[in-house]
Design a protein around this ligand. Structure first.
Ligand code: SF4
Length: 341
């Protein structure tokens, strides 16, 4: 399958074909992706037919659209049955694609649908990049109503802990930047705190954004939400984030899934604000998308606003993220839940 191979080794897919054919294929796969090999108009018909079944390393099991066409969620299914989710969100001047790095996840965060399924396997670099290429091809063929017809931002916030699949995520970032031509600054790698991975990422040549999924401002609460906190407690994670910031000169973002009567208290807001100020980080508050698999709930609107105001009062910069696609189960792992696993 083309996407499971290194783009520099596409020749193996087209044995006996001249070099320029391989360059043409690389363009169709990575620079101007198309949904269907039939659309690779400068390739001979026989070659297009030969590639037809090998274009994507997965099939599209479900596609759901909401927000007047501005949010699309895909559930892809790999040949071995592994589920892969991606969500494309269109905004007036940008598009953001949320992609998966693993099928399932071993981190077992208690508020997360994916975490409740457990770990299936790592995604290959090809499977990660294919999510970006598929979304790009889909956007070209079906532009969103009010958004650019290209994928602008890529966030590793779908299924899986990206830094637990480091070599494949690294290679995927390399291909997205060096082969597909996206700016590294438009890529965000989100982690619940795999400290050695943060340090490794800081040594890479690409100035990606690091997003720390914090969700709690003290170890006691965080351990109940993110079991990995037992292994890498908050002071370790925050120190690694500070090193990343110093090394890369990139502002870190702190992600906070807001859960009713769990982490939405004024005390947590003030502690979060203090952490953000110390780290000179930006806070993103994301009200929880309800999931049948987790006991935590989304707070009422007034409570959400109070929390955000309290963080802001500390002097930290904070954004309240809109939660796209609640009615299509857009939170990580949820489409898989409603599709039956
Ligand atoms: S929140 Fe992220 S790291 Fe935690 S279980 Fe879900 S996918 Fe894994």
């Amino acid at each position: 399958m083309p996407y499971a191979t290194d783009p520099d080794a596409l020749g193996a897919l087209l044995p006996g074909e001249p070099r320029y054919r391989i360059d043409q294929l690389r363009e169709w796969l990575y620079l101007h992706p198309v949904l269907d090999a039939e659309q690779m108009t400068n390739l001979p018909l026989s070659l297009r037919r030969d590639l037809a079944d090998r274009l994507w390393p997965f099939r599209v099991e479900a596609e759901r659209t909401t927000d007047d066409g501005a949010t699309i969620k895909w559930l892809f299914r790999a040949g071995d049955g592994a589920a892969i989710e991606a969500v494309l969100m269109g905004y007036p001047h940008r598009t953001t694609l949320c992609i998966s790095s693993q099928a399932g996840c071993a981190m077992a965060c208690t508020f997360c649908a994916t975490g409740q399924f457990g770990f299936d396997r790592h995604l290959t670099a090809g499977e990660i990049v294919a999510q970006v290429a598929y979304a790009a091809a889909h956007l070209r063929a079906n532009p969103m109503p009010r958004s650019p017809a290209r994928v602008g931002n890529v966030v590793f916030m779908g299924m899986g802990e990206p830094l637990a699949n480091y070599p494949n995520v690294r290679e995927a970032i390399r291909r997205i930047v060096e082969v597909m031509g996206l700016s590294a600054r438009s890529i965000t790698v989100s982690t619940v705190g795999v400290t050695p991975g943060i340090d490794r990422l800081a040594t890479e040549p690409w100035p990606v954004t690091l997003a720390l999924s914090l969700h709690a401002a003290d170890d006691h609460l965080r351990e109940t939400l993110v079991p990995l906190n037992h292994r890498y407690p908050l002071d370790h994670i925050l120190a690694a984030a500070a090193r990343f910031r110093a090394e890369k000169g990139r502002r870190v973002t702190l992600e906070w899934t807001l859960m009713s009567e769990v982490n939405d208290t004024p005390d947590q807001a003030r502690a979060l604000g203090a952490i953000a100020r110390e780290l000179r980080a930006h806070v993103n508050v994301i009200p929880m998308n309800p999931t049948p698999l987790a006991p935590q709930k989304r707070p009422p609107k007034a409570r959400i606003d109070q929390f955000v105001d309290e963080v802001r009062r500390t002097g930290a910069t904070v954004t309240l993220r809109d939660t796209r696609g609640i009615e299509i189960d857009a939170a990580c792992g949820q489409l898989r839940v409603s599709s039956g696993g």
